[in-house]
Design a protein around this ligand. Structure first.
Ligand code: NAD
Length: 310
């Protein structure tokens, strides 16, 4: 299994459970190229047969290492609670050195004693503070732009102030952050940028989300533009579009209704699975996008929405 160009037979598992060992196998003919087994389209797929050595190692097509983010330094905004916090913890558990930032210093105290996480207060509405934060870091392999705010209401209820605030926090802050990190990533030979969008955006219109949906649609456009400009230079830019996630700010939104019990029911009703997501259910897509496993993904909007877009 070490010679380049040598034709080899490779066994992969037909199911996705790589740890149980209880699995069926099939043979995929491959050619070894620079140590990687590459699928050979000239050979048909076939079932496992008697010529397969009993000791032939099972291995996935893409090497998935136990610590998928080892060696990477990752900056996260709005990491004080909710999805940002879940993502920061998941990435640290995968071996990344995470710099967890938030505008609210007290929220960052929750990281005390957590391995691989350092914290910093960062208000992403402050362009100079973003520049200082980026300059203070030795390297940045990935950034997760998570900060955002949800305004309630239709276009007739929207004010210029709310529009400006939403676009500044939800979109402009990402523009500022990305503008700062791209020169660093170019100097390092690449990087991964992950932006927080939402299903409520250009993907779906939802009632009473005029400003929010408009600003998150901007995030998707911003993401694709950055991806297009740097696709050949090793910088990937993707965004994620969660459905409704049970985070502290959702709790605040629910409690602001006259009847919070009814309001929660209505939020759940728009989720086809009949339940809200937990923040830790959104974190794995962020780990994936920060890791090299997603090296072929850029300019994409990834839905994690409990079926909202079926
Ligand atoms: N919760 C959902 O249902 C949901 C769904 C889709 C997308 N989103 C998006 O996910 C992101 C996080 O939302 P959430 O619900 O997980 O968390 P949240 O709204 O509960 O917490 C947001 C965090 O952002 C921080 N923050 C606010 N203003 C900031 C600023 N100027 N600079 C830095 N940090 C700031 C807050 O201190 C807080 O810790 C937002 O962009 C939101 O739009 C949320």
């Amino acid at each position: 299994m070490t010679l380049n160009g040598e034709r080899v037979r490779r066994v992969i598992r037909d199911n996705a459970n790589w740890t149980s060992g209880q699995t069926s196998c099939r043979i995929i003919p491959c050619v070894l190229t620079q140590g990687q087994a590459v699928f050979d389209p000239n050979k048909p797929l076939g079932p496992a047969d008697a010529t397969t050595p009993a000791s032939f190692p099972l291995q996935p097509i893409t090497q998935i290492t136990p610590m998928r983010l080892q060696g990477k330094t990752i900056l996260v905004t709005a990491a004080g609670q909710g999805i940002g916090q879940a993502a920061a913890l998941a990435m640290a558990a995968e071996g990344a050195q995470v710099v967890a930032t938030d505008v609210k210093a007290p929220l960052l105290a929750s990281y005390q004693g957590v391995s691989n996480v350092t914290t910093a207060v960062l208000d992403v509405l402050d362009k100079a503070a973003i520049a200082r934060q980026v300059a203070s870091m030795e390297r940045i392999d990935a950034v997760f732009n998570c900060a955002g705010y949800v305004h309630n209401g239709t276009i007739l209820e929207a004010t210029d102030e709310d529009w400006n605030f939403a676009f500044n926090l939800n979109a402009r802050s990402q523009f500022w952050m990305i503008q700062q990190v791209i020169p660093r990533m170019l100097a390092q030979g690449g990087g991964s940028i992950i932006n927080m969008a939402s299903v409520c955006s250009s993907v779906r219109g939802l009632p009473n989300r005029f400003i929010y949906g408009s600003s998150k649609a901007a995030v998707i456009g911003l993401t694709k533009s950055v991806a297009a400009d740097y696709v050949a230079q090793g910088i990937r830019c993707n965004c994620i579009c969660p459905g409704t996630v049970d985070t502290p700010s959702l709790g605040d939104r629910i409690n602001s209704y006259a009847d919070p019990v009814e309001a929660r029911k209505n939020f759940i009703a728009r989720q086809p699975m009949g339940r809200l997501a937990q923040a830790h259910e959104i974190a794995p897509i962020i780990v994936y996008l920060a890791s090299d496993e997603s090296q072929f993904a850029t300019g994409n909007a990834f839905m994690v929405d409990g079926g909202m877009t079926i």
